[in-house]
Ligand binder design. Structure first.
Ligand code: PLP
Length: 479
C-alpha cells in the first residue's frame, strides 16, 4: 500500500464518482446493452503488466457504464431503492481503508462494539421493545441481506425446536407465511431442510390489501397440530415486496406466541419509515416478535449492503451458528465477555459495516432522515394523484408508503389483453431510458410498481416519469 498513490488516485476516483453523480441523468436509467456485450469489449485474459488509472477509467466510461443500470438515478423506480449517500459512501470508504475483518471481538473490538451501539440507536429510533436491545439477551446484528437475516433466524428457530423435539422431528416442522412473502423465505426453507410440503403459503387477496388474515393462520396451525406436525416459524411482513402490504402483527403474534412458534417480522423496505412517529403504528405488535429485520441499504441512505436484524434471544442464534475451532480461540471469547458476531451469521468474515450506518446517523441525524422518508412519501402521493386523475389507469392497491401500484385499464379489454398491454407499456417506458419501473402480479393482474426512494428524485422527475407513461400508453391505446 503506497499512501501517496492512494492519496492521488483516491482524489481522482472521488472526482470521477462526483462527476458521475453530476451527470447521472444523462444515462439511460435501465442499461440498454445486450447479453454478452462485455465479452466483445474486454480482452480474454488479465494484463501481464500494470496499466494506468487513466486507461482503466477510460474503459469504465466507454465499456462499463453502458452496462450499468443506474440505481441512483432520480428516474429509478424499480424493485425497491438501494440508497447511496455521501455519508454512506464515506463510511464504505473508511471501512475499505481500514480493511479489517471483524468476525470476533478480538479481531477489532471497535467493529463489534460500534455495531452493537448503532443497532441499539436504531432500535430506539424504531421504538423496538427493550428486549431487542443489547443490554440483556437480545441485540442487533448487521447481515448482508434480508435473505441472510431470515435464514439465520429460521435456523435458530429450527435448532431450538429440535433440541426439545429431537433431531428426527425435522420432517414435522412447519413454516407459515403469506403468499406475498418474499421468496427469500422459500430459499431459506430449502437451505434449512424444511420439507417443501410443510411450507404453508397462506392466501391473501384484495379484500385485506394482501395482508395475511389471522384466522387463516389459526386454522392452518390447528390443522397441523391435529396432524401431529410441529408449527415452528411464522414470517410476517411490514411492507411486502409486491405492494407494501402490512400484516396485522399483534394478532398474528398472539397466535405464534401461544403456540411457541418463532415469530419473525420482515420490514426490509418499510422498516425505515417506522422511525417517523406517524408510521410507527405499522410495526405495532412487534413486541410479540422474536426477530425483526429492515434493510438500511434500501431506504435509509446507507450504501449496500447493510441489513439490520434484531433478536430477543441471542442464545438461539449462537447455539445454532457458533463454532469454536482452536485457531480462533482467544481470551475474551473463552471468558464469555464479548459478542463474537461470527456466531450470528453464516460466513466467518465480516466487513466493518457499522461505520457507514454510524456515519449516516451522525452526519444526517434522525430528524433529517425522517424528512427524507416523508419527502419520498409525499412524492408518491403526488404520483398517485396524477395516476388517479387519468381514466385510462387505476391504482391497484392503496398506497401506504412510497410505492404506487397502478395499471393501464384499456376499455373493453379482457384480463389477458389488459395484462399484455401493461407488459408492453412497461417495456416501452423502460426502453425510453428516462425511467425504470418494475412489475408484479396481484390476483392475476399485471401491475406496474413505481417505488420512489432514490435520493435524487424530485417532483419534476415524477412529472417526467408520468409523462413517459402517459405518452407510451396513448401510443398503445391508439395503435
Ligand atoms: N423482504 C422484502 C420485503 C423485500 O422487499 C426484499 C427485497 O426487496 C427482501 C426481503 C430480500 O432482500 P435482500 O435482497 O436484502 O435479501
Amino acid at each position: 500500500m503506497d499512501s501517496e498513490q492512494l492519496r492521488e488516485y483516491g482524489h481522482r476516483m472521488v472526482d470521477f464518482i462526483a462527476d458521475y453523480y453530476k451527470t447521472i441523468e444523462d444515462f439511460p436509467v435501465l442499461s440498454q446493452v445486450q447479453p454478452g456485450y462485455l465479452h466483445q469489449l474486454l480482452p480474454d485474459s488479465a494484463p501481464d503488466h500494470p496499466e494506468t488509472l487513466d486507461q482503466v477509467l477510460d474503459d469504465v466510461r466507454a465499456k462499463i457504464l453502458p452496462g450499468v443500470t443506474h440505481w441512483q438515478s432520480p428516474g429509478f423506480f424499480a424493485y425497491y431503492p438501494s440508497n447511496s449517500s455521501v455519508a454512506g459512501f464515506l463510511g464504505e470508504m473508511l471501512s475499505a481503508g481500514l480493511g479489517i475483518v471483524g468476525f470476533s471481538w478480538v479481531t477489532s473490538p471497535a467493529a463489534t462494539e460500534l455495531e452493537m451501539i448503532v443497532l441499539d440507536w436504531l432500535a430506539k429510533l424504531l421504538n423496538l421493545p427493550k428486549e431487542f436491545l443489547s443490554k440483556g439477551n437480545g441485540g442487533g446484528v448487521i447481515q448482508g441481506s434480508a435473505s441472510e437475516a431470515v435464514l439465520v433466524v429460521l435456523i435458530a428457530a429450527r435448532d431450538k425446536v429440535l433440541r426439545s423435539a429431537g433431531k428426527n422431528a425435522l420432517g414435522k416442522l412447519v413454516v407459515y407465511s403469506s403468499d406475498q412473502t418474499h421468496s427469500a423465505l422459500q430459499k431459506a426453507c430449502q437451505i434449512a431442510g424444511i420439507h417443501p410440503e410443510n411450507c404453508r403459503v397462506l392466501e391473501t387477496d384484495a379484500s385485506t390489501n394482501y395482508a395475511l388474515r389471522p384466522e387463516l393462520l389459526q386454522e392452518a396451525v390447528s390443522k397441523d397440530l391435529k396432524a401431529g406436525l410441529i408449527p415452528f416459524f411464522l414470517c410476517a411482513n411490514v411492507g411486502t415486496t409486491s405492494s407494501t402490504a402490512v400484516d396485522p402483527l399483534a394478532a398474528l403474534g398472539k397466535i405464534a406466541n401461544s403456540n411457541e412458534i418463532w415469530f419473525h417480522v420482515d420490514a426490509a423496505y418499510a422498516g425505515s419509515a417506522c422511525i417517523c412517529p406517524e408510521y410507527r403504528k405499522y410495526i405495532d405488535g412487534v413486541e410479540t416478535a422474536d426477530s425483526f429485520n429492515m434493510n438500511a441499504h434500501k431506504w435509509f441512505l446507507t450504501n449496500f449492503d447493510c441489513s439490520l436484524l434484531w433478536v430477543k434471544e441471542q442464545d438461539s442464534l449462537t447455539e445454532a451458528l457458533s463454532t469454536n475451532p482452536e485457531f480462533l480461540k482467544n481470551k475474551a471469547s473463552q471468558a464469555n465477555l464479548v459478542v463474537d458476531y461470527k456466531d450470528w451469521q453464516i460466513p466467518l468474515g465480516r466487513r466493518f459495516r457499522s461505520l457507514k450506518l454510524w456515519m449516516v446517523l451522525r452526519l444526517y441525524g434522525a430528524e433529517t432522515l425522517k424528512s427524507y422518508i416523508r419527502n419520498h412519501i409525499k412524492l408518491a402521493k403526488y404520483f398517485e394523484k396524477l395516476v388517479s386523475q387519468d381514466p385510462n389507469f387505476e391504482i391497484v392497491t392503496p398506497r401506504i408508503f412510497s410505492l404506487v401500484c397502478f395499471r393501464l385499464v384499456p376499455k373493453n379489454d379482457d384480463e389477458k389483453k389488459c395484462n399484455n398491454q401493461n407488459r408492453k407499456l412497461l417495456e416501452a417506458a423502460n426502453s425510453s431510458g428516462k425511467l425504470f419501473m418494475s412489475h408484479t402480479a396481484l390476483s392475476g393482474k399485471i401491475v406496474l410498481r413505481c417505488a420512489i426512494g432514490a435520493p435524487l428524485t424530485e417532483e419534476k422527475h415524477m412529472k417526467e416519469a408520468w409523462k413517459v407513461i402517459q405518452d407510451e400508453a396513448s401510443f398503445l391505446l391508439h395503435k
